[in-house]
Design a protein around this ligand. Structure first.
Ligand code: PMP
Length: 352
């Protein structure tokens, strides 16, 4: 979901932005109107994230998937080792890309746990001298998340890289402990295709400098995210989503709301006498993606279909994982989770 007020403003601004009689998609990406849009989006991201001048804020494209490849291209080296905490589908896709450039060490894998949890603080140890440690803050498909950035045992010297696509700005999180944080915008902060990359300037300085400019974070930073024609509408959407978030009370306020939303669904699972089984271990439960199973696959299909008929859309689990998944990103109101929790109780009562 995208916040309704953001959609309404975008609709207006597609027609005419800032009273210019010209839509955001029609203004030059080098003109004064887009200068203001980009500056406002950057300021809004800084305000929401709390990240200061030590950080570059980049508005890029290609989806998060593109950055699975760009990160190793920029920062990995054939003679070094990149470390990964493998917690499911999205870290595995990133591992495949890193292996094209150099050795990879999977420092922790959730495979033996059926991907139902993330490593605890003492389990995640990156090899000394690793070029970076990559992990995923919230595992969208499996429904698990970290409470805090890993790294207690990883050694201060290993730069931490986080894929925060599915929970960026959904909770207070120590972004400052990272070297680079990236997120596809479509879940919490905007529209698909856009990617927000937050990168520390000192880490950026270690990037390769011989890449084609469009593949180079340095060049994107040097050009202020305007190396070529950026997705101007998408950048406006990120700015508006961040402004919306600030108006809602910022990350601390949305964190409390997200926790309350998730609690409603986990209570429906835990209170079902075993009819619903949560996929994630309690300590790793995501507040963005609530994953669960029913006693049989055929019941899951009926659950998803009947829910859709009541306007509760998009509940089928990811095609690679199955089960049921409620994705309840920032813009999902509490009422959406109340409606789903009451549907769950009624469905369990009549079929349980
Ligand atoms: N990482 C995570 C954690 C995701 O949830 C997703 C998308 N669901 C991706 C990466 C890939 O994003 P995109 O489709 O924007 O490339």
């Amino acid at each position: 979901m995208v916040p309704e007020s953001v959609l309404l403003q975008l609709r207006e601004e597609l027609w005419s932005i800032d009273g210019t009689g010209i839509g955001i998609a029609e203004h030059s990406h080098r003109g004064p109107v887009f200068d203001r849009v980009l500056e406002d989006a950057t300021d809004a991201v800084r305000a929401v994230s709390g990240l200061g001048d030590a950080w570059e804020i980049l508005f890029l494209q290609g989806g998060a998937t593109m950055h699975f490849a760009l990160i190793p291209l920029n920062f990995h080296r054939p003679e070094r080792t990149a470390a990964f905490l493998d917690t499911g589908v999205w870290t595995q896709k990133a591992i495949v890309e890193a292996r094209r450039i150099g050795p990879v060490e999977v420092a922790w894998s959730g495979e033996r746990f059926g991907w139902n949890r993330v490593p605890g603080p003492d389990e995640a140890r990156a090899p000394d001298g690793a070029v970076y440690l990559h992990y995923c803050t919230n595992n969208t498909i499996e429904g698990t998340r970290y409470d805090a950035p890993p790294g207690v045992a990883t050694g201060e010297s290993v730069p931490l890289i986080a894929d925060a696509s599915s929970d960026i700005f959904g909770r207070r999180y120590d972004l400052d402990r990272h070297a680079l944080v990236f997120a596809g915008a479509q879940k919490n902060i905007g529209l698909s295709g856009n990617v927000l990359v937050l990168v520390r300037k000192d880490f950026l300085a270690t990037a390769r400098s011989d890449l084609p400019p469009m593949l180079s974070y340095r060049e994107h930073a040097r050009a202020g995210s305007r190396l070529n024609t950026p997705n101007t509408v998408g950048i406006r959407a990120i700015g508006l989503c961040c402004r919306w978030l600030l108006a809602e009370g910022g990350v601390a306020a949305i964190e409390a709301r997200n926790a309350a939303k998730a609690r409603l669904l986990y209570e429906a699972i835990d209170g079902s006498g075993g009819f619903y089984r949560g996929c994630a271990e309690r300590s790793s439960r995501s507040h963005m993606n609530v994953t669960f199973r029913l006693p049989e696959a055929s019941l899951e299909t009926r659950f998803v279909d009947e829910a859709a008929a009541q306007g509760l859309d998009g509940l089928a689990g990811h095609r690679s994982f199955g089960g049921v998944r409620a994705s309840i990103y920032n813009a999902m109101p509490l009422a959406g989770c109340e409606a789903l929790a009451s549907f769950m109780r009624e469905f369990a009562r009549s079929r349980g």
